[in-house]
Ligand binder design. Structure first.
Ligand code: UDP
Ligand code: MG
Length: 143
């Protein structure tokens, strides 16, 4: 069993494709441990993406992630490494480079406005899940 954090980003929420994306996630075998819809503050968005704070796109990334509600989802995968399998499902950062049938290919607009987040390691997955959910908010297992 391993976990990852997904975030359906503001552009995808605005497009009303939360259900379609959640369906792709569950059909791929991920189990939902926790899910909510929230608006985050600039401080929260900045902290979540702190690793990118020296990058030229950081300010725009904070603008984007605070432009509307987001849907963080804690996920579990029984077989395989959750963050790796999840990143295959969502595709490359730039939707133009993402494989056919991936979430970003289907719903992303650009390298910046790309519909969904996925953790980049198991260690970061745990940290990122903790950013949005208390331990007692995760179901014991996603069945
Ligand atoms: N991003 C951007 N411009 C870039 C690279 C990334 O605006 O050149 C944004 C984009 O929303 C991306 C996020 O910053 O999803 C985090 O970047 P990262 O390189 O970690 O990509 P990811 O892990 O999301 O594929
Ligand atoms: Mg990343």
């Amino acid at each position: 069993m391993s976990k990852t954090l997904a975030i359906i980003k503001p552009d995808a929420v605005e497009k009303n494709v939360v259900g379609e994306i959640l369906s792709m996630i569950t059909k791929a075998g991920f189990k939902v441990l926790a899910l909510r819809m929230v608006n985050i503050t600039r401080a929260q968005a900045g902290a979540f993406y702190e690793v990118h704070k020296e990058r030229p796109f950081y300010g725009e990334l904070v603008d984007y992630m605070t432009s509307g509600p987001i849907v963080p989802i804690a996920l579990e995968l029984k077989d395989g490494v959750a963050f790796e399998e999840f990143r295959k499902l969502i595709g490359s950062t730039d939707p133009a480079e993402a494989a056919e049938g991936t979430v970003r290919k289907l719903y992303g607009e650009s390298k910046a406005i790309n519909a969904i987040h996925g953790s980049d390691s198991s260690e970061n997955a745990e940290i990122e899940i903790g950013f949005f959910f208390a331990a007692n908010e995760l179901v014991k297992n996603g069945r």
